[in-house]
Write a protein that binds this ligand. Structure first.
Ligand SMILES: Cc1cc2nc3c(=O)[nH]c(=O)nc-3n(C[C@H](O)[C@H](O)[C@H](O)COP(=O)(O)OP(=O)(O)OC[C@H]3O[C@@H](n4cnc5c(N)ncnc54)[C@H](O)[C@@H]3O)c2cc1C
Length: 373
């Protein structure tokens, strides 16, 4: 008889865990508090982003995750776009970082482009003062609102995963999981509860080097005339946001200039990226505020700062904002890229992927379930 597993949470981490289990012969039940996933996994850019990951385990994990995304979304008949990414340089120190990064990254499909080549890649790039850009072919965009629902549907239809929606798990006591008076049992239990880590495991949460991060996001209306921006677009501030670029020797020097010139941006953790979905809409963000409890209100001035910086490197046919929101994810404070805990026999907590959950979950969960983590 096949082994059984219960997964708590239908965000990307729960879905990636369920996929890794069913492909290894488990009979899987996913239990989700809401009627559909509405957490961080549907509030993001949908950027599957190997360029943000440093060489070695994390970059390889990102590539593995990308290949799983492609396989799953193809079967689920969901949109995705392998358009790569462009990081623009308007100052010599940005160009220097990009060139150094490209030089030491011969294992990646990256290329330094001049201004004319950059504008050929994307009609949305601001050509004013442009020195060049870094093009990377690795990056892929999914539409998180469609894709997360699509992955759940695929798991249900192809792999007979049972989903219990509108069901908040109130207790885990191996081998049992209960929601009020209802209960289920399984050989293995996986807790993938995202930012609500503390409800089921308060001690494990408080004993861990973890905090939460709130990010503000905006969406611009579908571009007229089916206008496409091409690759996902990023400004210089993203070079100091992602660990991937630490490979560039002069990154610290660039960081010093930004500290002086963009102090307010760094204070609110703002770096700016834009990706276009299959409907032609453009997702723009973001900021990073760290705390255990956040004001529920968004800060209008952050959105304005994001749009102001966006205009320095990108111009769209329509810049009309039609949605704003924020998302929250747990983030490790000790530099770890995830947390995997075994609070009791048969129970595994997977959490803390921070800003890279869409990029890494399919790879990480496959390693955990496959025993190679
Ligand atoms: C604004 C923003 C932009 C981002 N951009 C990117 C990006 O472009 N690329 C990238 O790689 N990553 C990005 N990320 C990070 C990524 O979205 C997260 O790492 C990832 O979504 C975390 O997934 P999760 O499954 O842990 O959490 P969630 O998506 O929050 O899912 C957890 C689920 O568990 C459920 N749950 C919790 N407790 C219970 C319970 N007791 N019973 C039942 N269900 C429960 C919740 O209802 C929820 O649906 C971004 C995040 C944000 C917020």
């Amino acid at each position: 008889m096949s082994k059984s597993a219960i997964v708590i949470g239908a965000g990307i981490v729960g879905l990636a865990t369920a996929r890794a289990l069913v492909t290894r012969g488990y009979q899987v039940t996913v239990i989700e508090r809401s009627s559909k996933a509405v957490g961080a996994s549907i509030r993001n850019f949908g950027m599957v982003w190997p360029i943000g990951q440093p060489e070695g385990t994390l970059y390889n994990r990102a590539l593995k995750a990308k290949s799983i995304w492609k396989e799953v979304l193809t079967e689920a008949k969901c949109w995705f776009y392998e358009g790569g990414s462009l990081h623009m340089a308007y100052q010599n120190d940005e160009l220097e970082v990009i060139k150094q990064f490209a030089e030491v990254s011969d294992y990646r499909p990256v290329k330094v482009l001049n201004a004319a080549e950059t504008l050929e890649m994307s009609p949305a790039v601001n050509g004013n003062g442009l020195l060049g850009s870094l093009y990377s072919a690795d990056e892929m965009i999914v539409d998180p609102r469609e894709a997360i629902a699509g992955v759940a549907r695929y798991l249900q239809e192809k792999w007979n995963v049972t989903f219990h929606w509108d069901t908040a798990v109130s207790n885990v006591s191996y081998p049992n999981v209960s929601s009020g008076s209802r209960s289920w049992s399984a050989d293995e239990i996986f807790v993938c509860s995202g930012q609500d880590f503390e409800t089921l495991y308060p001690e494990e949460f408080s004993g861990t080097a973890i905090t939460k991060c709130k990010l503000q996001m905006l969406r611009l209306e579908s571009q007229p005339d089916n206008w496409k921006i091409g690759p996902a677009l990023c400004g210089g501030l993203s070079l100091i946001h992602y660990d991937g670029f630490k490979a560039a020797a002069s990154l610290d020097k660039l960081k010093e200039r930004y500290k002086a010139e963009y102090a307010e941006y760094l204070k609110w953790g703002i770096h700016v990226m834009a990706s276009q979905n299959g409907l032609g809409e453009i997702t723009v963000g973001d900021s990073h505020e760290y705390a255990l409890t956040f004001e529920p209100f968004d800060r209008e001035f952050i959105n304005i700062m994001i749009l102001d910086y966006l205009a320095t490197f990108a111009e769209f046919k329509s810049s009309k904002v039609f949605q704003t929101w924020h998302g929250i994810y747990p983030k490790m404070t000790n530099g770890n890229t995830e947390i995997v805990l075994r609070p009791s026999t048969g129970v595994t907590i997977i959490n803390g992927l921070g800003g890279a959950g869409m990029t890494l979950s399919f790879g990480l969960c496959d390693e955990i379930i496959g025993g190679t983590y």
